[in-house]
Design a protein around this ligand. Structure first.
Ligand code: AMP
Length: 283
């Protein structure tokens, strides 16, 4: 497995693969790898000849009061996991290398960042869109794999790929969960044992919504109220949002005629957790 630290080396590596007619799949991450990341790597490996994983905690997607300074990291373990997963190259740039002095450009989308997490993390998706644009130009992949865990991010990346004419196919990977239902996340490392129990309020809410819809409940406001009341029964939880929305535009919806996205963000103690599910009311 190659470990690459500079943009020039990464581009050279990818150009060499292109000359050899090898396809490149790319999985961007912020490290502290878990089975959710590994599942994306496995998907990626099955789709291309080579697999590049980046590990970069992107400072521009963190707000001033967020967890940039404390974001968990264990590069040695990450490299061992990547190697075991069959990754061909890991791109490990530094912050100064990605954002040199006098860096000026930001990628902003007009609509998709205005909903869900974007309402609470105003600069987040501009940071994500900018770094993913840069990483696409550096790695030059044929395919890039993103997790549905970050559904809004996935939609934003699909849109920017289309808008900016990137010749990259975006592939989505399903949410990987612990046995008890908790969606895997590097941030779960912040949770105490009792907070982990409260964190289950998110995945359990998704089940509750499905159950209520299966029983014939059609009013999404009623369902949302029930979910909010349910989450509040778990200690240390603070709801940021519970939203039923259109899976394409992310605009709020009150109709269960078509597929809907239920997305939630809940703080457990100081740890902000997200989860979501696509719900097909017809089924
Ligand atoms: P992160 O390192 O948290 O920035 O995530 C890197 C990639 O892994 C993103 O595409 C995430 O959506 C994806 N990811 C994170 N957690 C999960 C999970 N539990 N299941 C599937 N994909 C995930």
């Amino acid at each position: 497995m190659d470990i690459i630290k500079t943009k020039a080396q990464m581009q050279e590596w990818s150009k060499k693969r292109q000359r050899e007619s090898k396809t490149i799949c790319f999985v961007p991450t912020m490290g502290y790898l878990h089975k959710g990341h590994i599942s994306l790597m496995e998907k990626g490996k099955s789709l291309c000849d080579t697999l590049v994983v980046s590990i970069f905690v992107n400072p521009t997607q963190f707000g001033p009061n967020e967890d940039l300074a404390s974001y968990p990291s264990d590069i040695e373990n990450d490299l061992a996991l990547a190697e075991k997963a069959g990754v061909t190259a890991v791109f490990l740039p530094t912050k100064d290398h990605i954002y040199p002095e006098n860096f000026q450009t930001e990628i902003n989308l007009k609509s998709l960042p205005n909903f869900l997490c974007g309402k609470f993390r105003p600069i987040h998706f501009s940071g994500v869109a900018t770094v993913v644009t840069k990483l696409f130009n550096i790695v030059m992949p044929d395919i890039a794999v993103f997790g549905q865990k970050d559904y809004q991010q996935l939609q934003i990346i699909r849109q920017l790929t289309l808008d900016l004419d990137f010749d990259v196919k975006i592939v989505a990977g399903p949410i990987i969960r612990e046995k008890d239902g908790l969606a895997m996340s590097s941030r779960n490392a912040y949770l105490s044992a009792s907070q982990k129990k409260s964190a289950l309020s998110l995945s359990k809410s998704l089940h509750l919504a499905r159950e209520l819809i299966a029983k014939g409940e059609k009013n999404l406001v009623t369902i949302r109220n029930q979910i909010e009341a349910f989450i509040c029964t778990f200690p240390e939880t603070t709801i940021e949002y519970v939203s039923f929305c259109d899976p394409e535009t992310l605009e709020d919806t009150d109709s269960i005629e078509n597929q809907i996205l239920l997305a939630l963000a809940v703080k457990v103690g100081k740890t902000r957790l997200i989860d979501n599910a696509l719900i097909d009311p017809a089924q």
